[in-house]
Write a new protein. Structure first.
Lengths: 476, 391
């Protein structure tokens, strides 16, 4: 019963997200059905928690069942209104007559076995680690779940934490954006008493959403068989599976990063101007949402994302794919997204002197070379069980297919991945965060954030590489 | 192709499959034997006795066997009898190193009047030369012991391959670093290393990736050669490409199965030690019964604003208490709020006792709380203590 109540707690905000996504699409829907729900599951709850935060801090609205409920109603009403004005009457196009993929028996058999294996891993690990065992991991104990517990008990937004002095709060985990903890607090509020199992539900949702976004992206350009390969590949990565089935927020961030980057890629693939602009509007909104996810999003991922987006917009304008008025409109979308979704939290941080770094002040980071980081990174990336063979494959494919990697719309993914990876390396080689690389406490988690982007890039490059030898059934 | 497969299977089946061909050579020092020639820096420190070489070092000394090892040696066992603990250093001379230079491995021998056999898993050390031509000991002044036997173990190729297989399927446990990285499949070449694979950080053994990357390169080269040789055949390059892809795909799937089973082993362990056990018997990963204790403590807290916590300094214990028992605020001994804290949880501190005034105090006399009474005992590891007056 508790679970059902908590699941119901997610439906209103996801529905809000669905309505908003349709509103953003307007008269040129671009999403596949599952894809739209996946993006909605990120936008809806995320936006609802932005509003909850603003309402709590701005008006003193209590974070009680009633307070959260009012916020959900408000967001749902706003989403319905937006849908009414922008998407009402727009029919979602029926999927074009799809020729069924007839797999040979051996391929179908392997597919069934691997998908069953995938489902077993997700179900077993997710159920045990999220719902049946105590909170065990460091960041869950002293950040995500602890903050949620504080919100739940105090029924207010606060940066105070148990055993953290007033002076230390500014550089504590309270400097992290609160959507993860707010969402947990909302779900637990529904059941009336603290429950780790209920609080951990969103983590499984984010994992499934990330898988759906990856699969949809690959399926869009490589076919359904490759979409299934994307599902299998994602869950087969041991460290990504562990993150997806435990109460950390790195899978959560990876889903939001993918949702902000991939629409830019999709816009470049489009031939229709209306669809192109729709993708970019979606990218604008999801980019604005990034600010309200984790500190790393603002500091590490937003700058490269804005750089590749700017380059994409300029490229499209230069080639006449976008008019000047289109570009202005899109810049307005990005601006409004930042103001509405990101500015409240950034303002709050600035007013309360909260850190912008990794729970550390950026200004306190001194630059100098640190020995031992290179070896630690090489071992972690290539000689541990975290990623199987993903990174050697990715780098080889980028090099082998450099034309596709750098001169097609995939350049957005390549550039974003390489820029953020180099930035991460810079941080680990030259700042005191080198400790996190040498002790292997932080480096791999930076890669977790990029996994959806890397998998989409790798699989699309791989398909292009072997397209000539693929049988017909593997191309659809 | 079919013929090649048949030949390969036949050759494999015809290989001698010795059940256990580990070779062990004993260097027996009992009954007056010296088991070869020894160089000793202090001649009067070592005598030959009925039970072995009797070593009585008045000053620091070195003793080493100047005959080379009779065969390749993967691990070594040393049998010693000593009335008092010893700190010896095992020495060996790698063939590639200048004469007179030794690699040193400190070893500690406990007091063992009835004899003690120490296993030296030398295959774990990159500096070990399996054909070292000199082995011996550095013996510090004051050491007295009898060296009875040295056993040299050599494992055959098949036995090492067997260990590679077993170690590949040896899993780590879900621990505090699992969220940051997983070691992945490791391979070892001796049973002792397999048994201790994840017992230290970094773990023993090789990452299997050290084998996989060369294997993939070999497959790629093989496919390339095939495509080159059969380049006039129209379908040859495609077949070579498919073979390479299948090879990578098979390796990926095997790796996924291996890691998937490891993660499922975490699930199984949690299920067996935590989920299905009664509350009083639940154990959770390396934290033993800690979470079980916390669950049982909660009903006693009611509206207590604070809970004192006394335990060994251990990763995540304090953090877990702060989280699990919130909104009760955790207090440690000596903190300003300690005087106003009525409830105290003592966990895994056998050195904390009730003194004559019914206060919690450590054995060195440090008083930690006001007088009170034990509210509840939770097994052998924890007590809940209250300074409130008993009703």
């Amino acid at each position: 019963m508790m679970f059902i109540v908590a699941l119901i707690g997610l439906v209103p905000s996801i529905c809000s997200g669905w309505l908003l996504m349709q509103s953003i699409e307007g008269h040129t829907p671009v999403f596949g059905r599952i894809e739209r729900w996946a993006y909605a599951a990120l936008l809806g709850p995320g936006l609802t928690m932005v509003v909850a935060f603003v309402a709590s801090v701005g008006t003193g609205l209590p974070l009680s069942r009633l307070g959260f409920g009012l916020v959900h109603l408000l967001v749902l009403a706003g989403a319905a209104l937006a849908w009414h004005f922008r998407a009402r009457g727009v029919s979602i196009p029926v999927r074009q007559q799809v020729i069924p993929v007839r797999l040979p028996a051996w391929a179908a058999g392997i597919g069934v076995v691997l998908m069953t294996w995938t489902a077993i891993k997700v179900f077993a690990a997710g159920t045990m680690f999220l719902f049946l065992t105590p909170t065990f991991l460091d960041d869950t104990l002293d950040n995500w779940n602890l903050r949620a517990k504080v919100f739940f008990e105090t029924q207010s937004f606060t940066v105070e934490l148990p055993r953290v002095s007033a002076q230390a709060v500014q550089s504590s985990v309270s400097s992290y954006p609160p959507p993860v903890s707010l969402l947990k607090a909302w779900l637990v509020t529904l059941v009336g008493e603290w429950s780790d199992a209920v609080a951990n539900i969103p983590h499984l949702l984010w994992f499934l959403v990330a898988i759906a976004i990856i699969a949809a992206a690959v399926c869009r350009y490589a076919g359904r068989v490759w979409g299934m390969i994307a599902v299998y590949t994602t869950v087969s990565l041991p460290l990504y599976l562990i993150h997806g089935t435990n109460a950390y927020a790195d899978t959560f961030l990876s889903a939001y990063i993918a949702a902000a980057v991939l629409p830019v890629v999709f816009s470049l693939f489009e031939h229709d101007a209306g669809r192109r602009k729709t993708w970019l509007r979606i990218a604008a909104v999801m980019t604005g949402m990034l600010i309200f996810t984790k500190n790393e999003a603002s500091v590490l991922y937003l700058p490269p994302l804005l750089a590749v987006t700017g380059a994409a917009l300029w490229n499209m304008w230069r080639k006449g794919a976008l008019q000047r008025s289109d570009v202005k409109e899109l810049i307005l979308w990005y601006g409004c997204s930042f103001v509405l979704l990101g500015l409240p939290w950034l303002s709050y941080k600035w007013m309360h002197g909260l850190a912008f770094g990794n729970a550390k002040q950026i200004s306190a980071l001194q630059l100098q070379w640190h020995d031992g980081v290179g070896l630690a990174i090489a071992v972690n990336t290539f000689f541990e069980g975290n990623w199987i063979l993903l990174f050697p494959l990715t780098f080889i494919l980028i090099a082998l297919r450099w034309k596709e990697s750098l001169r097609t719309p995939l350049a957005v993914l390549t550039a974003f991945f390489l820029m953020t990876y180099v930035l991460q390396l810079f941080v680990f080689f030259f700042t005191p965060l080198a400790y996190e690389a040498i002790k292997q406490t932080g480096y791999a988690r930076g890669l977790v954030h990029l996994i959806p982007v890397i998998i989409v890039l790798t699989l699309l490059l791989m398909k292009k590489t072997i397209d000539g030898i693929l049988p017909e059934w593997a191309k659809r | 192709m079919r013929r090649f497969v048949t030949l390969a299977i036949t050759a494999f089946l015809l290989l001698p499959m010795a059940a256990s061909a580990e070779q062990i050579t004993k260097l027996d020092f009992r009954n007056g034997q010296t088991a070869g020639r020894w160089q000793i820096s202090s001649n009067d420190a070592v005598t030959v006795g009925p039970n072995g070489l009797v070593v009585e070092a008045q000053q620091d000394m070195i003793m080493y066997r100047i005959d080379p090892l009779p065969h390749r040696t993967d691990i070594l066992e040393v049998s010693i009898t000593a009335q008092n603990p010893l700190n010896l250093t095992f020495l060996w001379h790698p063939r590639s190193v200048e004469a007179g230079q030794f690699v040193q491995l400190p070893i500690t021998v406990p007091a063992s009047p009835d004899g003690y056999t120490m296993l030296l898993p030398l295959d774990r050390f990159p500096q070990w030369d399996p054909h070292a031509d000199q082995i011996g000991f550095h013996v510090p002044a004051g050491s007295n012991f009898v060296l009875s036997e040295i056993r040299l173990h050599k494992f055959t190729v098949l036995e090492q391959l067997n260990e590679v297989w077993k170690s590949f399927w040896t899993f780590d446990v879900f621990t505090r670093y699992t969220i940051n990285f997983v070691w992945g499949p490791l391979i070892a070449f001796t049973p002792q290393t397999t048994a201790d694979l994840f017992s230290q950080l970094p773990p023993l053994g090789w990452s299997v990736n050290r084998v996989l990357y060369p294997l993939i390169v070999l497959i790629a080269l093989g496919c390339g050669v095939f495509a080159l040789i059969r380049r006039k055949h129209p379908g040859a390059p495609k077949k070579a490409a498919i073979a390479l892809l299948c090879g990578i795909g098979v390796i990926w799937i095997i790796y996924d199965i291996r890691m998937g089973f490891e993660i499922l082993s975490y699930v199984k362990t949690d299920y067996q030690t935590y989920v299905t056990r009664p509350l009083e018997q639940k154990e959770f990963r390396y934290m033993a019964d800690f979470h079980s204790v916390l669950k049982r403590v909660k009903p006693y807290l009611n509206d207590e604003p604070r809970i004192g916590f006394i335990a060994q300094s251990q990763f995540l214990l304090d953090t877990s208490v702060t989280y699990e028992l919130y909104p009760a605020e955790m207090v440690l001994p000596g903190e300003p709020e300690a005087d106003d804290t009525e409830m105290w949880l003592v966990y895994m501190r056998r050195d904390i006792l009730l003194d004559s005034q019914n206060r919690l105090a450590s054995v060195d006399g440090t008083v930690l709380t006001k007088p009170g009474h034990i509210v509840e005992r939770f097994g052998n590891n924890a007590i809940l203590f209250s300074t409130a007056s008993e009703e």
